[in-house]
Design a protein around this ligand. Structure first.
Ligand code: F0G
Length: 351
């Protein structure tokens, strides 16, 4: 291959894989860090958006999956299993296909976006739709992996989070140091844990002169970290972060405390407003869960909790194409026309 080799090769000294292992990669990582002029104007900050939808399967999960799958194959495993709100399953299915391994995915029935289900189907995963929540699925996946020869590739597998640290490295490498504030959507809380570990590594090694305050945002109907206790029936339009009992609870709490950050809840209405704003004003199409980071940015700015003049990075975690139903729900009536230039001109009010 040519160009960017994927996160394991690019960060060899930081992302360990077993001696002699052949890396399972789709050349994930090296995603754009895009300056956001409109968000900067609204907040009085310098806002950049880390576009993780640009990864091979359209979400940040690929950074961890390349590492987890490399370990699993090197250990001689034939199959992997995961629970997912959709993106982990899409990534696991793709990387398993690449590795020549099998995959089984447990998803909450009726609660995952269509694009993600399509990916799991296309990559040949065994898809099990569970009549329960993501939290139920994770418990089932853990029990299955404990009893049978399949590797669990959820972020409770620690090598996943080592791979996900590389997003923080890329941001520091691009900006020359860490931002002042980093905004993330939080579901199972692996990603905020991984980012904080990545920023901490760079700070300790003098590769950056600061570490950001970590701002973690949850959907109002699925905000266990904000409430301080698990939520038994989480609900939100942002299905990717519909998680009631985050596996990396302690990691998230440590990230917030050590960084001087915050957790806050954003309503579905605010999430959808940020979702539309990102697409219509910044040209960046993300899935609803990803827009929680930007909804939170705008809310904390309005509340005066975001120091003006800060350098801010918002991670947008997954591509908008993952969830076409949410986008199409906003669609105005679309005109039907004959093959006629005059009809086009009339429809566009050019005459
Ligand atoms: N954004 C998206 C698009 C996600 O898919 C997820 C998690 C998150 C944010 C939250 O990240 O869990 O590390 O706090 N999705 C998991 C999944 C739960 O199964 O795909 P987190």
């Amino acid at each position: 291959g040519q160009g960017w080799p994927g996160i394991v090769e690019a960060y060899r000294d930081r992302v360990a894989v077993p001696e002699g292992a052949e890396v399972v990669t789709l050349q994930e990582g090296n995603t754009p860090l895009v300056f956001a002029p409109y968000l900067s104007e609204l907040t009085g900050c310098e806002v950049h958006v880390k576009v993780e939808g640009a990864n091979p399967t359209g979400s940040f999960k690929d950074r961890g999956m390349t590492v987890a799958m490399t370990h699993a194959r090197a250990a001689g495993m034939r199959a992997v299993i995961c629970a997912s709100t959709g993106n982990t399953s899409a990534s696991a299915a793709a990387y398993a296909a690449r590795a020549g391994m099998g995959s089984a995915v447990l998803v909450p029935e009726g609660k995952i976006a269509m694009g993600k289900l399509a990916q799991a189907v296309a990559h040949g995963a065994r898809i099990l739709q569970v009549r329960g929540s993501f939290d139920d699925c994770l418990e089932l996946a853990r029990k299955t992996a404990a009893a049978y020869p399949v590797t669990l590739v959820n972020s409770v597998n620690p090598v996943r989070l080592i791979g996900q640290k590389t997003a923080a490295f890329e941001i520091c490498d691009a900006l020359g140091t860490a931002p002042d504030v980093h905004c993330l959507p939080v579901g199972n809380a692996g990603n905020i844990t991984a980012y904080w570990a990545g920023y901490s590594d760079y700070l300790a090694e003098g590769r950056s002169d600061r570490a950001p305050a970590m701002f973690g945002f949850q959907a109002e109907g699925a905000a266990p970290l904000v409430r301080g206790e698990p939520v038994s029936d989480p609900e939100t339009v942002a299905t990717a972060i519909r998680v009631g009992s985050p596996a990396s609870w302690n990691g998230a709490v440590t990230a917030r405390a050590e960084s001087g950050g915050l957790f806050s809840a954003v309503s579905d209405e605010r999430i959808l407003r940020a979702y539309r704003l990102l697409a219509s004003r910044e040209g960046i199409f993300v899935e609803p869960a990803s827009a929680a980071s930007v909804a939170g940015l705008l809310a904390t700015s309005e509340e005066g909790r975001l120091p003006v003049g800060s350098t801010v990075v918002c991670t947008v975690t997954g591509h908008g194409l993952k969830d076409p139903d949410t986008a199409l729900a906003d669609m105005a009536e679309v005109r039907s026309l004959p093959v006629d230039p005059e009809a086009v001109a009339t429809a566009l009010e050019l005459v």
